[in-house]
Design a protein around this ligand. Structure first.
Ligand code: ADP
Ligand code: MG
Length: 325
């Protein structure tokens, strides 16, 4: 996998605990068509690691392969190639499933059940005793912000998208999982709903849970994730902490006066010459070399600001670069 700039991929050392999610060149090819003769390559060669206690965000456009990667990890679909370990065990391991929570992208809920009944049903699948259910269900409802009245009295067909997402979240947590997969937890929610979902995720993070989620709402990802990876057309194109990734894309915005315009244009490709005789632009290249060159030309700096792109700008640049390469 290509990493961005000189951001090092974390290497496993003897002192470092093993990753909670480990994939090595995972590949998934779907076969479709009447004779199953058409191939859709959804994952090309995905290698990543998620460590205990991390909130890891998988980013990608629609169709990038995010849901496919989750389904492969959760043992819902079989990989065509490659290897993966969840909590140290091969994908699909039954005992591991007891320790994992999953909020699917399109939560399939039984619409004639109430939220409470649905949570009881899910708890039953995990063989959680009724005695435990009696306190865990209200605790989860409180965590996800769904009232007892709505949970007990309303069938889910009467729930709003936000309420359904909350029940979905509660079912993902019913077995008190240590590793939680959230597939687009914010999608379809209004700003208040997104804020509340973010708060829930932060509460889980504070409780030490490992959260692996995917999203295309980058402003939210930026606020919660320790590390991210970008998936584009089935391939992981970069991964790292947000600071590391955005840090490598730092540029300086410079304003100054004097100097040779031809040399300046090499350093600042988008340079603008202003009416008062000064100039401004974005610096491409080493800042100290630029300053030395400017001094030699007899030019001066009037202002210089470090400009850090948003995750959204970084994401767009990465995806664009990939498409052009
Ligand atoms: N069951 C399936 N059969 C055939 N193609 C599929 C299936 N599931 C997903 N795909 C294809 O795999 C690609 C990745 O899909 P998906 O993993 O859902 O992407 P994302 O979640 O990033 O939007 C898409 O081209 C999609 O059409
Ligand atoms: Mg998806």
């Amino acid at each position: 996998m290509k990493s961005v700039g000189d951001v090092p991929e974390r290497k496993l050392s003897k002192t470092e605990p093993p990753p909670v999610v480990l994939t090595s060149e995972l590949r998934k090819v779907y076969r479709t068509g009447f004779f199953l003769n058409q191939k859709i390559v959804s994952l090309k060669s995905c290698s990543l690691k998620v460590y205990r206690g991390e909130t890891f965000g998988l980013l990608g456009q629609n169709g990038a392969g995010k849901t496919t990667l989750f389904k492969v990890l959760l043992g819902i679909v079989r990989p065509t190639g490659g290897r993966g370990l969840l909590l140290g065990k091969p994908l699909g391991d039954r005992a591991v499933k007891q320790r994992i929570g999953y909020l699917p992208e399109n939560t399939y809920l039984y619409e004639y059940l109430t939220g409470w009944e649905f949570l009881q049903l899910t708890a039953g699948i995990f063989q959680i005793p009724s005695k435990v259910q009696r306190h865990r269900i209200p605790e989860l409802l409180e965590l996800v912000g769904l009232s007892l009245a709505d949970a007990k009295k309303k069938q889910m067909r009467r729930y709003s998208k936000g309420m359904l997402q909350r029940v979905g979240m509660a079912q993902a947590l019913i077995n008190d999982p240590e590793l939680i997969f959230l597939d687009e937890p914010m999608s379809g929610l209004d700003p208040v709903g997104r804020y509340q979902m973010r708060e829930i995720i932060l509460t889980l993070k504070a409780a030490g849970k490992t959260i692996f989620f995917n999203s295309h709402i980058l402003s939210e990802v930026e606020k919660i994730c320790d590390r991210i990876a970008i998936l584009s057309q089935g391939e992981l194109i970069c991964s790292g902490s947000i600071n590391d990734l955005l840090g490598t894309a730092n540029t300086y915005r410079v304003k100054g006066q004097g100097g040779d315009w031809e040399v300046l244009s090499n350093w600042l490709p988008n340079i603008e010459f202003l009416a008062d005789g000064s100039w401004q632009g974005e610096l491409h290249g080493d800042v100290y070399d630029f300053l030395a060159s400017l001094r030699l030309m007899g030019g001066q700096i009037m202002a210089m600001n470090l400009f850090r792109p948003s995750l959204e700008e970084f994401f767009m640049e990465q995806v664009r670069e990939r498409k052009n390469s």
